[in-house]
Ligand binder design. Structure first.
Ligand SMILES: Nc1nc2c(ncn2[C@@H]2O[C@H](COP(=O)(O)OP(=O)(O)O)[C@@H](O)[C@H]2O)c(=O)[nH]1
Ligand SMILES: [Mg+2]
Length: 170
């Protein structure tokens, strides 16, 4: 999906998070403590990955435990691959995440792999979907990013700083 690559970009480090050859294989949660305070939590994905049902259910339980009991959760970033479009499992996840009450922002990832127009279309589709039940959300509903080219990383970086420290200082 590109979560580890994004974390390395945000942290300006090359090997902080391990980038996998088989995306979406990690079933562990990774917690990053930020220098200026606060945490960035990397949770495994859901649905489409190549793994058995039991493991998928376990990943979901792990995510649920963190997300529902983490105090002061400022924002949920849901990363989706621009090449995949919107899947049923994405809608399910969105339904679940909405119930948590923190603002949800979709990170449309790997945008270097698609033409600009396709990226805009996919992003608009996500924008519509999220706005259905989240009209008055602080911050953007979607951010298009590429950890390869760096596009969108500053925007996201500022959003995280805004959420955690109240001003975009990173
Ligand atoms: N083209 C492209 N590939 C990416 C991007 N981000 C990650 N990848 C690749 O996708 C694969 C999985 O990346 P990783 O960061 O480990 O994803 P994770 O499993 O979600 O943590 C690796 O081969 C990365 O090089 C991106 O923005 N563009
Ligand atoms: Mg990873």
């Amino acid at each position: 999906m590109g979560k580890s690559s994004l974390i390395n970009r945000l942290a300006r480090r090359n090997h902080l998070a391990r980038v996998g050859r088989t995306p979406g294989k990690t079933t562990l949660a990774n917690l990053y403590r930020l220098d200026k305070g606060g945490y960035f939590l990397d949770l495994p994905g859901y649905g489409y990955m190549k793994r058995d049902k039991a493991t998928a259910a376990q990943a979901r339980r792990l995510a649920t435990a963190f997300v529902e009991h983490f105090p002061g959760l400022k924002r949920i970033l849901l990363m989706v691959d621009v090449r995949r479009g919107v899947l049923d499992s994405d809608r399910d996840a969105l339904d679940w995440l909405r119930g948590i009450g923190s603002p949800v922002t979709i990170l449309v990832s790997k945008i270097d792999l698609e033409p600009r127009r396709t990226v805009r279309e996919i992003q608009a589709e996500w924008e519509r979907l999220v706005s259905e039940t989240q009209q008055q959300s602080p911050g953007p509903l979607t951010v298009a990013i590429s950890s390869r080219t760096g596009e969108g990383i500053d925007t996201l970086s500022r959003l995280v700083a805004q959420d955690l420290y109240g001003f975009p200082n990173s």
